[in-house]
Design a protein around this ligand. Structure first.
Ligand SMILES: [Zn+2]
Length: 331
């Protein structure tokens, strides 16, 4: 019997599901909106239905899905798989692992999406496996995952990697977490849209406004486009984002001294040409010479599948442990 893996990337705005081989090849994927307003039961029902559908479409009679791994925004109790007070999903206490295991009638591993993205990059995005890797997603929010000595670094209570809440401007804009000047409040996709909105309220930012079809919803995409066409205000927004990201990355590089820093998420992927070179220059100028030595800063080549690849990597580790309890899997 050929063993297949089901992977789920549960995001705040969209859900990606996929079925992959034990060699890490994604055979089929599905994408649908999260529809948070319908509540957690509806979301879990639709995830379960999607996996059942993909398994019917993908699996030949001699094939079976043997592992299910789900990525979710944090905070998450691991390995129990309970989503606790998630601002992105607006879930208070949802037993995601238990509920999905019940619906799918099989054991499930649930881990934080940024941890899984770091692991996906580590196994599938890199030539060879670096000893340490820092992953940062710049998307609706900003988050991170850390691989140290080839293991996910979860911290004492599982809360490690909240890079989005590193303060990069003490007097800066109020963040959802209650502090001021967090990276997420200044450099995320949401923050970029808000910066444009503030400009427009002052009667500025007209060059950016002309890039969008929907004048009410100007995003990082329109800012990037305007910057490429030479719009000064857009270029200033990009430059500030690079400064904020660069400050956070430089602080982390000096503390952790990773071999590689990888960026992903919609903003990083969409702004690759605007960010990558400038961020490299900024960070390498800011950090200690020893820490800049051989430091690589890249944007992931795995695109929006990076979290799915992390789920697959976790499932492969789990399969290597035979039928051992997924709770004991250390990845
Ligand atoms: Zn914050």
């Amino acid at each position: 019997m050929r063993k297949l893996i089901a992977a789920v990337d549960l995001g705040a705005s969209k859900i990606l599901t996929g079925v992959a081989t034990a060699q890490g090849q994604i055979l089929m994927r599905e994408k649908f909106p999260t529809l948070k307003e319908n509540g957690p039961d509806d979301i879990m029902d639709r995830i379960s239905a999607s996996i059942s559908k993909l398994s019917v479409l993908c699996c030949n009679p001699d094939e079976q899905i043997v592992r299910v791994v789900v990525a979710t925004p944090g905070p998450l109790s691991y390995p129990e798989g309970i989503v606790i007070g998630s601002p992105n999903l607006a879930w208070e206490s949802v037993h995601l692992k238990y509920e999905l295991s019940k619906r799918l009638n099989r054991r499930v591993i649930v881990d934080k999406d940024t941890n899984l993205a770091a692991l996906g990059e580590y196994y599938f995005g890199q030539q060879g496996q670096p000893d340490s890797l820092l992953y940062i997603t710049v998307s609706t929010g900003v988050g991170g995952g850390l691989i140290l000595d080839k293991q996910i670094w979860r911290g004492h209570t599982g809360g490690a990697g909240e890079i989005g809440h590193m303060q990069v401007e003490p007097q800066g804009r109020l963040c959802n977490c209650g502090r001021h000047g967090c990276l997420e409040a200044l450099a995320s996709g949401t923050a970029i849209s808000r910066t444009v909105k503030e400009l427009l309220q002052q009667g500025k930012g007209i060059g950016i406004l002309t890039m969008g079809n929907d004048k009410k919803d100007i995003t990082a995409r329109e800012v990037g486009e305007a910057a490429r066409q030479g719009d000064y205000e857009a270029q200033m927004i990009v430059s500030k984002v690079i400064q904020y990201l660069g400050t956070a990355v430089a602080n982390l590089v000096n503390i952790i001294n990773p071999e590689i820093v990888v960026l992903g998420g919609g903003v990083a992927l969409g702004w690759r040409d605007l960010l990558l070179e400038a961020l490299n220059i900024y960070v390498k100028r800011e950090v200690f010479t020893l820490n800049a030595e051989n430091l690589k800063i890249e944007i992931t080549k795995l695109g929006e599948d990076i979290v799915l690849y992390g789920c697959i990597a976790t499932a492969l580790r789990w399969m290597c442990q035979g039928d051992g309890s997924p709770d004991n899997v250390q990845v």
